[in-house]
Design a binder for this molecule. Structure first.
Ligand SMILES: NC(=O)c1ccc[n+]([C@@H]2O[C@H](COP(=O)([O-])OP(=O)(O)OC[C@H]3O[C@@H](n4cnc5c(N)ncnc54)[C@H](OP(=O)(O)O)[C@@H]3O)[C@@H](O)[C@H]2O)c1
Length: 244
């Protein structure tokens, strides 16, 4: 199948392109660095010409109040161009439990992205993944100083980006789900515990201080970000991934 992967140069997108091409599909990466801008629509009709599937793995440049407008405009442009090109399947990657954390504007923006796709006329699939292992260094740096890292005891079930990419590729090559596939990593941690494991693996001697008001995950509570019974559980553990 010819599959357009918008955001195909990013962390997930580049791996999805590789997996799809290795399994015999014709997957082309599309992004501003290849001349396509989903925000303005530039290059989108050309990228979707002859494509049976479009996978949207773009990300907003910021996680702040500008993110809803980014996902609104990019999804409007995507669906208009996909409909015009007769694309039969549109896929996005969202965040497991995003609807459970309405106080985070970026998570609200991802729910908006899902709602626009569901309300559109193009058969669709949504993959919802938990937080990527690769995202953890950024989480730590957000509330770190020279001696300490402040992190909340929020439950989290992170996943390797490679496992997410495999799931996105499988869903993209399949029949539209007209629904959501959830995927999570194998282990549940608290964010502060995950911070301690990460610092130890990096031989970083700073101390993790549990602070339930620190960082973006302070906004989530209970089991909001944890897999429920319907989720697929990926194989790679965080400790295996850190040891690579
Ligand atoms: N981080 C997490 O833990 C997590 C968890 C679940 C779901 N997700 C979702 O996963 C998705 C992919 O994340 P990622 O980490 O792979 O993102 P990423 O590495 O930041 O890559 C973003 C991609 O989007 C492209 N892009 C940016 N602006 C664009 C525009 N205006 N038009 C077209 N393409 C544009 C970038 O192109 P250039 O390379 O040319 O700039 C890049 O290819 C995101 O939607 C995110 O919400 C993330």
């Amino acid at each position: 199948m010819k599959i357009a992967v918008i955001g195909g140069t990013g962390l997930i997108g580049s791996q999805v392109v590789r997996i799809l091409n290795a399994s015999g599909h014709e997957a082309a990466p599309q992004s501003p660095s290849t001349g396509l801008d989903l925000l303005t629509g530039q290059g989108v009709p050309e990228a979707l010409e002859g494509a049976e599937v479009v996978v949207n793995l773009t990300n907003s440049p910021t996680f702040d109040d500008a993110s809803p407008a980014f996902f609104q405009a990019t999804m409007d442009n995507l669906l208009t161009a996909a409909k015009a090109a007769g694309v039969g399947h549109a896929v996005i990657l969202s965040i497991l439990g995003a609807d459970q954390v309405p106080s985070l504007v970026y998570y609200r923006a991802k729910v908006l992205q899902e709602d626009i796709l569901k309300a559109g006329l193009v058969p669709y699939s949504i993959v919802r993944a938990t937080q990527f292992f690769e995202f953890m260094d950024l989480v730590l740096s957000e509330t770190a100083d020279e001696n300490t890292v402040r992190l909340p005891a929020t439950l989290i079930q992170p996943i390797a980006s490679a496992d997410v990419a495999q799931e996105v590729a499988d869903v993209s090559a399949g029949t539209p789900l007209r629904g959501t596939r959830n995927i999570a990593g194998p282990d549940v941690f608290t964010v502060d515990e995950l911070g301690r494991v990460t610092l130890a693996a990096h031989s970083d001697h700073r101390t993790v201080v549990t602070d339930n008001s620190a960082g973006m995950f302070a906004a989530a509570s209970g089991d909001a970000l944890i897999a429920k019974d319907d989720a697929a559980i990926a194989k790679t553990t965080y400790r295996e991934w850190l040891a690579r």
